[in-house]
Structure formats: C-alpha cells, structure tokens
Design a protein. Structure first.
Length: 364
C-alpha cells in the first residue's frame, strides 16, 4: 500500500520524503528537481510495539511499514502534459492515498513557482489538474457506456447515470471524493476507474519553525477551505524535522524536540496518519524469537490476517488464539493471560481488532 506525496514544485515534498524515509532524495531550490518517483519504506511508530518488546524481551522487533512515494512537482497544465505532467499523473494513479504538501511559510530565499505564498491557490491548482485528468477518464468511459445504454442494457443505463453525476461534479470543480455516490455504485462503477481525486487525501501544511506547535494563519485557511472534503489536515515544520533527523543520537533529537515544545517528531504523526488514511491497522505476534507488527486492511478476518504471514496459513486456517493488547499489558505475559482466562479462541468469521496479539493454528 503506497501513499504518494504531491504538490507544486518547491513546497518541501522531497525534504519531507527524506525526513520520513531517511532516504536522501535530491532537494534543491528549483522546480523539477525530482523527475523519477523516489520510493521509501517507512516504519510506522507504535508505542504498543515498544511495550510488547519490554514485556517479551525478544531477539528482534519488526515494526509495520508503509510505502511513501515522492512524486515530482505538478504545475498548471499538467493534465495536458505540461512539465512532464502525464508521467507524474500516472505515478499518482498508482498510489492508494495522497499526501498533498502545501507551502504555509514565508521565506524570500526559497522561490515559489507562482511568485507568492497562497496555499489555497496552490491547492486549487493541483486539484484542478487532477480533476481534469479524472474528467478525461470519466468522459472516455462514458462514451462507451452511452452506446451500450442506448441498446436498453439496464446495467449500462445505471452506470451512465453514475458517470454523468461524476462528470457534472468534476466540471463544477469538485473532486470525486466529494461527489455523492452510493456505496454500492461506488464499488461497482467508480472504484474500477482508479480516479486520482477519489483517493483519500491528507493536506500537509509545511510551516516554519515558529509555527511547529500551534500552526499559523495559513494553516487555518487550509482547514476552512477543506472543511467539506472529508480530508485530514496536519501541519509540520518540514525543514526543522529534516534538521532533527540529521542529529546523530536519540538524546540530541529529544532535546531539540523539547526545545520546540513537541513530544515526538511531527513526521511520526504524519506516518501514523498515512497508515490510517490507507485504511490499515495492526495486529501483533509476540514470542521469544520476535515481536512483530503485521499490517492488515481494516475489517480483515482472522484467516486473511494469517495469510499476511504466509498464504499457507490462510489456506489451512483452523483457529486463532487471540489476546487483546490491553490484557497482555495488564497481565504481563502470555502464561498469566491464559491463567486469567483472557485468551480467546476465534474461528474463520472473526474480524481482527487493531492491537490484537495473535497465534494461528493451521494445517496444510
């Protein structure tokens, strides 16, 4: 599952990517510094994993991860191929969620592609390019569906109604995620189109160091502008976060954070937010060899969760032994949890809860 970082050139995307992945994507003070998308596999910060490590004392600990893709800066006209637009829009289409970086700081030394700082205008520029690309996809599909609908095909007529509503909404400047479509119609007709503005989005307001804890007026404007979008907004001082990751020791990083009035890096909050945005959750396995966080889609059943470890586990699933995270912490180890009667045996229908500690029984 991938989250793609998008935005205009020079808003801090590559710096944010470096900060998240500790990879070193090239970042510089000119547009189109990123051409090929950089991909980083990022650990998801989780205090529960740290607590389980403390209780179990395993040989190794493996956190959950999420893929972050740094996509080059889009410009006005990208949907028509401006500034390598088609290539970049194709890269966005391959992601599952969007992290839209908006410049929310003043600094005369860092050029803005449009010459002034206005995150709402920047957001609308990107939105329009993405909407125009989606409109192109919808119109293409609609032309085919209309021909089938004319023959009296009931399914095609239903699809024509849904696609026409999408076309109308996109032409009015709405993103697909903000256009009302029933859950069933969305699953049947919208999802297969892989429309860019249908993807869940988080707006990342890039602020300066002075606004790292409280935000600023630009951030408030963004929050007001996206209030009806069902989107998340977070703010972080990307340049400062990058400086923190350059520090060599954990103690130095903590001192820097304390000076800023932060309890953890903003990037940790962003990674957890991206994980949630992708509709993912975590279950754990805990033993002397390893304590590990496993990533599953929200709503996964016990066999599906087992299949993440190995496909044979899902095929031959018999049952799952489940301990809630809170019970594990309360009793301190698996033996005491069993003594207290808090280990449950669950079958194939069980929907895994975020934080479950699990053992699987299977037969292949």
């Amino acid at each position: 599952m991938k989250a793609g970082i998008v935005g205009l050139p020079n808003v801090g995307k590559s710096t944010l990517f470096n900060c998240l992945s500790n990879a070193k994507a090239q970042s510089a003070n000119f547009p189109f510094c990123t051409i090929e998308p950089n991909i980083g596999v990022v650990n998801v910060p989780d205090t529960r994993l740290e607590k389980l490590e403390e209780l179990v004392n395993p040989e190794r600990v493996i956190p959950a991860t999420v893929e972050i893709v740094d996509i080059a800066g889009l410009v006005k006209g990208a949907s028509k191929g401006e500034g390598l637009g088609n290539q970049f829009l194709g890269n966005i289409r391959e992601t599952d969620a969007i992290l839209h970086v908006l410049r929310c700081f003043d600094n005369d030394n860092i050029v803005h592609v449009d010459g002034s700082i206005d995150p709402i205008r920047d957001k609308e520029t990107i939105d329009m390019e993405l909407q125009l690309k989606d409109l192109e996809s919808v119109e293409k599909k609609l032309d085919k569906v209309k021909r089938a609908a004319k023959t009296g095909n009931k399914d095609a007529q239903k699809e024509e109604t849904v696609l026409s509503a999408l076309k109308e909404g996109l032409e009015a400047g709405k993103s697909v995620r903000a256009i009302e479509v029933s859950v069933d119609d969305h699953a049947e007709f919208v999802k297969p189109l892989q429309l860019i503005t249908d993807k869940p989005v988080m707006y990342v307001c890039n602020v300066d160091e002075g606004a790292a804890t409280e935000g600023n007026a630009y951030v408030e404007k963004v929050k007001a502008a996206v209030a009806n979008e069902n989107a998340e907004v977070i703010f972080l001082a990307v340049g400062t976060e990058a400086d923190i990751t350059e520090l060599e020791t954990y103690e130095e990083r903590q001192l820097f954070l304390e000076d800023l009035g932060l309890s953890e890096p903003g990037s940790a909050k962003l990674i957890r937010g991206a994980y949630k945005l992708l509709d993912l959750e975590t279950y754990f396995t805990a033993g002397e060899k390893e304590v590990r966080a496993w990533t599953i889609p929200v709503g996964a059943t016990a066999p599906q969760a087992a299949g993440v470890i190995h496909t044979d586990f899902e095929k031959g699933f018999i049952r799952a032994e489940v301990i809630s995270y809170d019970d594990y912490v309360q009793y301190g180890n698996e033996a005491k949890v069993k003594e207290a009667g808090k280990m449950r045996v669950e079958g194939k229908e069980y929907v895994v809860k975020d934080g479950d500690v699990m053992h699987f029984r299977f037969n292949v």
